[in-house]
Design a binder for this molecule. Structure first.
Ligand SMILES: Cc1cc2nc3c(=O)[nH]c(=O)nc-3n(C[C@H](O)[C@H](O)[C@H](O)COP(=O)(O)OP(=O)(O)OC[C@H]3O[C@@H](n4cnc5c(N)ncnc54)[C@H](O)[C@@H]3O)c2cc1C
Ligand code: SF4
Length: 326
């Protein structure tokens, strides 16, 4: 049994109250949503905040609303609710399926969209007990000076392991952040950085409040992932894709691959495809490019070479669901 470190739990009822608490407590505070990732990390001694600001009672952060232009999803909406919402299933299947593929039923019932977007990066040398990490001599991400994945590496390359992130990037979603300084909007594609120690642009006193997923007619999207046990495990690889059509012509396509390094990767080849290209040509070009552009590291479990071989397989599978063949 791993004990939790001591902390004071704060339970604001409104968003202004929550952001003002975070601002007041400074770097000693952390937000807690469903707690499905934060609590194990606290038990592993990966962080020891003196204050936890729970968003459980901030009703304004819950629920899914539909306007003419977008689906707006509150950060405290559970993954389970997102996975089964008919509007999400209809307009943004990549997001519904990504939410449905997170962990097991308990994680999806407790886990939230905001918590998933802000999930800490994962590494086989980091997500371990204090005793285990101390025996190894720690690492750059916590308490140490070296990286065990990239010999001589000066940058942490722990893996982005949040399944909704590639889906929201592919779907061109916008993330709404709140702090005492007000609101700022960030495109999902710009939310993540390549630094595994802190892989988002979120400031310490900011909260993810909502996510807007645009409603685009003629849009198709899909998500798939590889994991050891389909009933519960984190991704060894995850892929989301989106294609937009006008009449029968494809106008744009995006493919996002994650669980490689700290930031989900958008395939550069997808941005270069000519509008109107046939489904078969697009699929062949992207499948080939995915192997070239995506290089899994030995950062999470699962042999990196095997994960590399799986990239084109999963990309092709996902594209077969978004491209219109024949
Ligand atoms: C066995 C197991 C399997 C799992 N499998 C998967 C998986 O397959 N795929 C996957 O994606 N995840 C997986 N997870 C991780 C986790 O369950 C999910 O990512 C979940 O969505 C996290 O949401 P949460 O609300 O519980 O976040 P929390 O644990 O409460 O928080 C996670 C992080 O986000 C921050 N945070 C939370 N909400 C906000 C907010 N609104 N604004 C700013 N910061 C915020 C917290 O401070 C913390 O740093 C798994 C976890 C376990 C234990
Ligand atoms: S990638 Fe390197 S620095 Fe980052 S958690 Fe893993 S071992 Fe530590």
């Amino acid at each position: 049994m791993l004990p939790l470190p001591a902390f004071k739990l704060h339970q604001p009822r409104t968003l202004p109250e929550a952001v003002s608490m975070l601002h007041r407590f400074g770097p000693d505070a952390r937000v807690i949503a469903g707690g499905t990732d934060l609590v194990p990390n606290l038990k592993h001694g990966l962080l020891a905040p003196r204050a936890l600001v729970s968003l459980q009672h901030v009703e304004a952060l819950r629920g899914i609303a539909q306007s003419e232009a977008a689906l707006v999803i509150g950060a405290m909406t559970s993954l389970d609710e997102i996975a089964s919402d008919p509007r999400v299933l209809e307009a943004a299947p990549a997001l519904a399926h990504a939410a449905d593929a997170v962990g097991g039923p308990h994680h999806r019932r407790m886990g939230t969209l905001g918590g998933n977007l802000c999930l800490d990066t994962r590494c086989r040398y980091y997500n371990q007990t204090y005793f285990w990490r101390a025996a190894l001599g720690f690492c750059l991400k916590k308490d140490g000076t070296v990286c065990h994945v990239v010999a001589g590496g000066q940058k942490c390359v722990a893996a982005a392991s949040n399944d909704t992130a590639p889906a929201l990037i592919a779907l061109e979603a916008t993330i709404e952040l709140e702090s005492v300084r007000g609101r700022r909007l960030v495109e999902a594609k710009s939310f993540y950085t390549a630094d595994g120690i802190r892989n988002t642009i979120l400031e310490a006193d900011e909260i993810v409040a909502r996510v807007s997923v645009p409603l685009v007619s003629g849009r198709r999207s899909a998500f798939d992932k590889v994991r050891r046990r389909n009933a519960i495990d984190f991704p060894l690889l995850s892929v989301a894709a989106r294609a937009d059509y006008e009449a029968s012509a494809m106008t744009s396509v995006d493919v996002v691959v994650s669980a490689l390094a700290a930031r989900p990767r958008r395939l550069a080849a997808a941005q270069k495809l000519h509008p109107g290209v046939s489904a078969a040509e697009a699929s062949a070009a992207l499948v080939q490019a995915s192997k070239r552009e995506c290089k899994p590291l030995e950062n999470i479990e699962g042999d990196a070479e095997w994960r590399h071989d799986m990239v084109p397989v999963v990309v092709e599978r996902v594209l077969s669901r978004v491209l219109r063949f024949g």
